[in-house]
Design a protein around this ligand. Structure first.
Ligand SMILES: [Fe+2]
Ligand SMILES: [Fe+2]
Length: 469
């Protein structure tokens, strides 16, 4: 199919956002870029000759409820991506906007680049290749004779050109695999519409590593650790902070795609409902979700550390905080330092609330997953909650979940709040467990392993210019 772009439009409701207009104009004829005022009745009555594929809502005028807008639009445009963009930080709650019908929400100007990337990616998906948006990828463990079911491109920074290197279905010869392996990060690219295939490729590669015959356990571990580290290498690119946050979001989305493919293709009972849970929790979108990220990190840490079962850790990650619904909102919104003793006690019950909720809903969850959830705030030194379990009583699997939870909390992109880069987060996690054993959060041995996993060698230099024969 040449292009699907002729049949779609994009719709901006309220004041059009210049950055979005620019992105749209680069790929669509002006006649397909629609703007409408916030007149909901008129919008509901209008029949659109070209269905809006993307609807961008700006700040609503006084008296118009944003939630009502989202719900009305959702009824009318079931297949459109409905987005909210604002520069008003006050009351901006990405999660609740997503719960109420928006596919995603962006806070300007901090999310400017993220939004533009999101729009480009969406348009690229809709155009089925007519517009090509590229993502830099890491292809794991390529072997000669490899047949990839996606196209690869090399990027030439000097003339800013993408050149197709191998086509989907091609069998790669030895020099090609070597070259692709050499010029990985920053220079091997795949178009966004083919990313799912890259996720599947990577996930199946990880599986293969885990079940490889002829390798010793240590060799397998080393291979998997290397693979996991490479997956997350983008996160550890300690460049300008802004770049890190944006790249971080993209890397997390990639890791999530891989972990999801890994688990849903595992053939285990958990496969199906992991996908469902991911979707239900709103973590399936391309956006920030604490439970989705924790699940992803937990599965990757589990693989890399060789502790626990990655599937079970991912499921525990998705469910670990569901009991938070039983913690009154005013407690959750208050900074920790302002809690009364009573409020602290209630908050610290949330792991138990999570477990109770799972039991009450009669969900069938393995006992070990329940234990991980219950223990995710325990501390190796015994100062955690809810039980104050210490030492080996704080199960290793639960520590992996706890580490994933901590890592995401520390690196989370919270609007208007400084967050740590992944490297800083890892340093802090290290300090918290190694500096003073009497208050260690996690088993120093596990923390050391985690740190080692991310410090073997440096991320590949991405400034290297690729050459092809
Ligand atoms: Fe928690
Ligand atoms: Fe959490």
């Amino acid at each position: 199919m040449a292009s699907n772009l002729g049949s779609i439009s994009v719709l901006m409701i309220g004041t059009p956002l210049p950055a979005a207009v620019k992105t749209f104009e680069a790929v669509l004829p002006v006649s397909q870029i629609l703007t409408r005022p916030y007149d909901l009745e008129a919008l509901m009555e209008e029949t659109f000759a070209l269905m809006p594929a993307i609807i961008l809502c700006s700040q609503t005028p006084d008296g118009v409820s944003l939630i009502e807008v989202a719900q009305l639009l959702r009824m009318q445009f079931q297949n459109s991506k409905i987005l909210f963009v604002t520069s008003q930080r006050e009351g901006f709650e990405r999660k609740s906007l997503q719960k109420n019908g928006f596919d995603d929400a962006f806070l300007m100007p901090i999310d400017n680049t993220v939004l533009q990337q999101f729009l480009k990616d969406e348009l690229a998906k809709i155009s089925q290749g007519a517009i090509r948006t590229f993502r830099s990828v890491k292809l794991m463990d390529l072997e000669p004779g490899e047949v990839l079911d996606f196209d690869t491109f090399l990027f030439f920074p000097m003339n800013k050109k993408y050149v197709k290197y191998s086509a989907s279905g091609d069998s790669l010869n030895e020099s090609q695999t070597k070259k692709l392996a050499k010029h990985q990060v920053g220079s091997v690219h795949v178009t966004v519409d083919q990313m799912q295939k890259v996720y599947d490729f990577t996930a199946s590669r990880l599986k293969k590593l885990g079940s490889a015959t002829g390798l010793s356990e240590t060799e397998k571990r080393e291979k998997i650790q290397g693979a996991v580290r490479e997956l997350m290498v983008g996160l550890f690119n300690d460049s300008a902070k802004e770049g890190t946050i944006e790249q971080g979001r993209a890397v997390i989305a990639d890791c999530q795609g891989i972990v999801k493919s890994y688990i849903t293709n595992s053939g285990k009972d958990s496969a199906n409902w992991y996908a469902k849970l991911l979707n239900l929790s709103g973590s399936d979108a391309n956006s920030y979700s604490h439970s989705g990220n924790t699940a992803t990190y937990a599965a990757l840490f589990s693989l890399g550390l060789g502790i626990g079962d990655p599937e079970q850790l991912a499921i525990a990650g998705l469910m670990h905080d569901i009991g938070m619904v039983d913690v009154p909102e005013e407690i959750q919104l208050k900074p920790e330092g302002e809690w009364t003793e009573e409020e602290r006690k209630i908050f610290q019950k949330h792991p138990e609330f999570s477990v109770n909720l799972i039991k009450n809903r009669k969900m069938i969850v393995p006992e070990i997953v329940m234990k991980m959830i219950l223990m995710h705030h325990e501390k190796f030194s015994g100062g955690g909650y809810p039980r104050g379990l210490a030492g080996p009583k704080f199960l290793k699997e639960a520590q992996v979940l706890g580490l994933a939870n901590r890592f995401d909390k520390l690196t989370a992109v919270v609007e208007g709040q400084a967050t740590l880069t992944p490297k800083q987060a890892l340093d802090l996690i290290k300090a918290e467990s190694l500096d003073n054993p009497s208050i260690a959060a996690f088993d120093p041995e596990i923390v050391n392993k985690l740190v080692a996993m991310f410090s073997q060698g440096n991320p590949t230099d991405s400034s290297e210019v690729p050459e092809i024969q």
